[in-house]
Design a protein around this ligand. Structure first.
Ligand code: PRT
Ligand code: ZN
Length: 283
């Protein structure tokens, strides 16, 4: 049996469940029990607070976990980071009151910095050889400068809106974070095989999420140009149409390039362009 620990609610809960569903781990999620078995694989899902996930994986209570890299780095337990998961993006940054002049890291010498991430903060300033004073606080870090509890903060930033609304400005990024898959370092052979399968499925899922499937009709005179615009996994599929002088062309493109490709294809006479989401790509 392989147990995967995920956040029970919070910012990563839904995305973690969604990922497990998309890679074919069938778990009845309607009840949200703290421990739930998959119906189709020897896998169990353990729902926890995110803070506890690195430890349960380090202790082999769960063999895998999905948690923010920020938590993994802060807790410092012996776990293997298997792969980044492309959701839960954020950064751990230093911020100061917006009217202060910032002159580089030496600004922080002797300053009181409030944070819920004291280990990452102290490691960072130790490496830089700068002495600071750490104020450890569990939540509402952003209010500490205006409350007179600290001179600066070290906290998670995503859009930056929380900093702005508390009169702060971000001056240094220390860690770029996102959700990661972590593992107990010495798995049994059976669990190593399961982990390999899970990694393979996650990779297929992340490739397909960034792709679109395109179908269109194109005049045969423009086929060569269309092939140049649409380099596919090998090459686009071309099927002659019953109407004389026309073909149907099928291809897979990166979502980020979609609108640019569509514009170029329309310019060479493409008609009836269909854009479909891709469920899975197995390379
Ligand atoms: O109850 P539990 O302990 O499980 O949850 P939690 O409240 O500790 O964590 P949660 O659900 O807030 O976050 C879980 C993980 O999501 C974090 O460890 C990060 O890896 C990731 N994440 C991504 C974030 C954010 N984005 C984020 N914006 N975690 C927190 N925030 C906070 C941030 O601290 C700030 O105060 O959201 C606020 C708004 O951010 P802005 O910059 O968008 O305004
Ligand atoms: Zn937490």
């Amino acid at each position: 049996m392989l147990r995967i620990a995920i956040q029970n609610k919070g910012r990563l809960g839904e995305e973690s469940l969604g990922l497990l569903g998309r890679i074919g781990i069938e778990i009845d999620t309607t009840k949200r029990k703290y421990l739930a078995k998959a119906s189709n694989l020897p896998i169990e899902m353990l729902n926890l607070r995110d803070d506890d996930i690195p430890q349960v994986v380090a202790d082999n209570v769960a063999q895998l976990g999905i948690v923010g890299l920020n938590e993994v780095e802060e807790k410092g337990y012996d776990v293997t980071v298997v792969t980044r998961l492309c959701f839960g993006h954020c950064r751990l940054s230093l911020a100061i009151p917006k009217n202060e002049e910032y002159n580089g890291l030496k600004y922080f010498r002797g300053k009181r910095i409030a944070t819920s991430y004291p280990n990452i903060l102290n490691r960072f300033f130790k490496e830089k050889g700068i002495e600071i004073r750490t104020v450890v606080i569990a939540g509402s870090v952003e209010i500490t400068p205006s409350a007179g509890m600290a001179d600066a903060i070290f906290d998670i930033v995503s859009s930056g809106g929380t900093l702005v609304s508390n009169g702060l400005k971000e001056v240094e990024t220390v860690l770029e974070s996102e959700a990661v898959l972590i593992a107990y370092p010495t798995l049994t052979d059976e669990n190593k095989r399961l982990l390999e399968e899970i990694k393979f499925r996650i990779e297929s899922d992340s490739i397909s999420r960034n792709k679109k499937y395109l179908l269109m009709n194109i005049p045969n005179d423009s086929l060569e140009k269309a092939i140049e615009i649409l380099p596919s996994m090998r090459s686009p599929t071309i099927i002659p149409l019953a109407a004389d002088g026309w073909s149907s062309i099928h291809s897979v493109v990166n979502s980020s390039e979609l609108w640019d490709k569509v514009r170029q294809l329309k310019a060479i006479g493409a008609e009836g362009i269909l854009v479909l989401s891709v469920d899975k790509i197995i390379l």
